[in-house]
Design a protein around this ligand. Structure first.
Ligand code: AMP
Ligand code: FES
Ligand code: ZN
Length: 320
């Protein structure tokens, strides 16, 4: 198998693109796909300050690496969730990248420790409020990402979600007809109201396998283990189903997710009969109902935001 571009020996085959690449041409392909995502979805520009959420895993560290290589101003945030063993290991990976590649680009890593801020790690917090660890974790991460980006004046918050993440999430939303979530799903969500950071997913055009190959070929030292709490999750099942379809018919994942994005962009805005991207109508809805949380000042539709409610319940639980 030879490289489609330069004909030397290929290191990776990409059936969905009917192509194979050597290391240099594969790296070029990856950078092109990310550039296409950034420009096509108007994610950010050269002067914008980007905050990359890094988990220590392959996707987010690859994203930080790619953005720095492309010359963007990108710092990173690691949220230490206090998961015994896993958090220490993943934080070390993020720190190692920050001390190496990122330092040569003068980029810095911010670390937020949930245990220091809230007095307990997510497992304990989830127990105290009787909620599954993963959903507690999701609320905490979303809150931490947004607060850090807004308080430290970043223009945009970037996560390492790849094509497999987005396609499996879409499958879950379609299977359960979660229309509200479908409305909000996309690679670029604008800062709908004051206090909400713009959120982007520049790896959405690359599959998990492609991002893993990029990380290995470029010697990015990442945590290979999945979070121990993710075992048996629905998302892993949906990913598995999509991978089986992909093996049978290469290109299925991309056709599914990108087809959704095209339809979403053409969808008429309710009542207007005009074509409008869904996030614009969401922004209007949000603006009408959001106001600052009485406890932390982050935007919320209720008097107290879901994060502060959660923490109040955890505190009440721990003093019982
Ligand atoms: P996940 O929800 O674990 O699939 O992660 C999706 C994305 O969220 C990753 O690619 C990261 O950008 C970000 N992320 C996940 N966990 C963390 C963390 N502990 N700290 C910072 N960013 C994270
Ligand atoms: Fe959140 Fe595993 S990373 S529960
Ligand atoms: Zn709050």
């Amino acid at each position: 198998m030879n490289c489609k571009k330069c004909t030397i020996k290929a290191v990776i085959g990409l059936p969905r693109h009917n192509a194979a690449f050597c290391k240099a041409c594969f790296n070029e392909f990856v950078l092109e796909q990310v550039t296409r995502a950034i420009k096509g979805e108007r994610m950010f520009g050269r002067d914008d300050r980007i905050l990359v959420a890094v988990s220590g895993g392959k996707d987010s560290l690859a994203l930080w690496d790619i953005l720095l290589k492309l010359g963007y101003k990108a710092d990173a945030l690691y949220v230490d969730l206090g998961i015994p063993g896993y958090s220490t290991k993943s934080r070390e990976k993020a720190q190692r990248f920050a001390d190496g590649v990122a330092r040569t680009h003068e980029a810095k890593l911010l670390i937020h420790k949930v245990e220091e801020e809230e007095g307990a790690g997510i497992r304990e917090l989830a127990d105290l409020i009787h909620r599954p660890t993963c959903s507690t974790c999701g609320t905490i991460k979303r809150y931490q990402f947004n607060r850090a980006a807004v308080e430290q004046h970043y223009d945009v918050m970037a996560t390492g979600h790849n094509l497999d993440d987005e396609a499996s999430r879409l499958l879950g939303n379609v299977l359960h007809w979660q229309e509200e979530y479908l409305d909000k799903q996309g690679p670029s969500l604008p800062a709908s109201v004051e206090g909400f950071a713009k959120k982007v997913k520049p790896l959405y055009r690359l599959s998990e396998r492609e991002v893993a190959a990029y990380s290995v070929l470029n010697r990015i030292d990442y945590i290979v283990d999945e979070c121990p709490m993710a075992k048996g999750s629905k998302m892993l099942l949906y990913k598995d189903v999509l991978n089986r379809l992909e093996t049978e018919s290469p290109g299925t994942k991309q056709a599914f997710y990108c087809g959704f994005l095209e339809k979403q962009a053409r969808a008429p805005r309710q009542g207007s009969g005009q074509a409008q991207p869904a996030p614009a109508s969401m922004a209007e809805k949000d603006r009408a109902t959001l106001h600052p949380c009485a406890t932390c000042s982050q935007p919320t539709t209720a008097e107290i935001c879901s994060y502060c409610k959660m923490m109040a319940r955890a505190k009440a639980g721990s003093t019982r």
